[in-house]
Design a binder for this molecule. Structure first.
Ligand code: NAD
Length: 351
């Protein structure tokens, strides 16, 4: 499956996307068409996979080096960005060299940002390895790093030259990370595609067992929804509230972010989003946008993926409201929620 527009300048065109079990084998051939000198960034947990790929690329005659950074969100920082940039200079990368990012959303954001600004921008190849990165974060061209003051405060929009997804890589992903990816995928189905939601309901067991054919189909669907949203609103214009606003992907995140913050990030993002979707459904039911039966069905799917649906009692509604009031999604004094109208359709509502 390839989606691509070849004629527009690199920064604005959509990336070529390949989603296929076993597609990692194609990387040497695909890389060859992009350049001769490469650097690949990965994290410590993916060191041996990175080394295997390194050998394959070298066997294909390419000049490649591997940079390994610590795993985890704290690596998404300016100090690692600088370290990596200096390594690229030492390794002799030039404006026609290519950067490959192998890993989850942390590596995608960090290495993508580096590629976007190194010598004013070099081509980037994204090889996502988590379900979150395949179904969600690798699409849309958002890159960046965190500041001590907050997440993703520095960054840019940049489309990779190639996004290569091999769902067989998900075999080794820890269970909790896998479920985090599922939360975003359920989100996509609820905001945009009822049939996809039915597919998830029907195949929940096989998905949890990580059957490759199901994972491939699920990722394809999720990517397709993401692309529709991104194409309709490529630079996330914050005031666009009609049509397919990119803000729709914030479904579950308004309450979810508040929960993450109140728990001092003890609650993982995917679990916070799951609880957030259920809470925001309650708002939608209360306002008469969504039928209770539909809300129950969404909660049931989340449960079948072993995702939490009720938030810990210590977080009072007033504390959650207080945190939400200072959220990025607060525009001109009003909180903007992406609320489902039914499974498969959502809209932005200012409350
Ligand atoms: P992550 O990159 O930290 O990966 C999670 C963990 O899984 C890490 O420990 C990693 O080493 C490990 N891992 C990755 N692939 C593996 C594999 N195949 N087998 C075994 N272990 C593996 O986290 P994530 O959830 O992928 O991404 C979270 C990041 O994504 C956050 O920084 C978030 O801000 C960002 N994000 C970006 C966007 C965007 O549009 N750019 C969207 C959503 C989230």
């Amino acid at each position: 499956h390839c989606y691509g527009h070849g004629t527009q300048p690199m920064k604005n065109r959509m990336a070529r996307i390949i989603i296929e079990n076993g597609s990692l084998q194609k990387l040497p051939r695909l890389a060859k068409s992009l350049g001769k000198v490469f650097a690949m960034v990965t994290d410590q947990h993916l060191k041996s996979l990175g080394e295997e790929i390194l050998h394959d690329l070298r066997r294909a005659g390419l000049t490649v080096n591997l940079l390994i950074v610590p795993a985890g969100e704290t690596t998404k920082s300016l100090s690692f960005l600088e370290k990596m940039a200096r390594s690229l200079v030492k390794l002799g990368l030039k404006r026609d060299s290519v950067l490959i990012g192998l890993g989850g959303g942390v590596i995608g954001d960090l290495a993508g940002f580096l590629a976007a600004i190194f010598m004013r921008g070099i081509p980037f190849v994204s090889v996502p390895t988590t379900l979150l990165a395949m179904g969600d974060s690798s699409i849309g061209g958002k890159t960046g790093v965190d500041l001590p003051e907050g997440k993703n405060l520095l960054g840019t929009f940049m489309q990779p030259a190639l996004i290569l997804m091999d769902p067989t890589l998900l075999k080794t992903l820890p269970e909790r990370e896998f479920r985090a990816g599922l939360a975003e995928i359920v989100k996509h189905s609820v905001i945009a595609d009822r049939n996809f939601f039915l597919f998830l309901e029907k195949n929940a067991k096989g998905i949890l067992a990580r059957r490759p054919a199901l994972l491939k189909k699920m990722i394809e669907k999720s990517v397709a929804i993401n692309l529709r949203v991104v194409r309709a609103d490529p630079y996330e214009s914050i005031k666009k509230t009609s049509g397919l606003s990119r803000m729709l992907v914030n479904y579950g995140h308004t309450v979810g972010h508040a929960l993450e913050q109140l728990s001092h990030f003890e609650i993982p993002h995917g679990e916070a989003v799951s609880m957030g979707m259920v809470a925001e459904n309650r708002v939608a039911v209360g306002k008469g946008y969504l039928k209770e039966k539909e809300a129950d069905r969404i909660a049931a799917l989340l449960k079948s993926f072993h995702l939490p649906t009720k938030f810990p009692k210590e977080f009072s509604p007033s504390a959650i409201k207080r945190v939400m009031a200072v959220d990025k999604k607060n525009i001109e004094g009003k909180l903007h929620f992406a609320l489902p109208l039914r499974i498969g359709k959502a809209r932005i509502v200012a409350l």
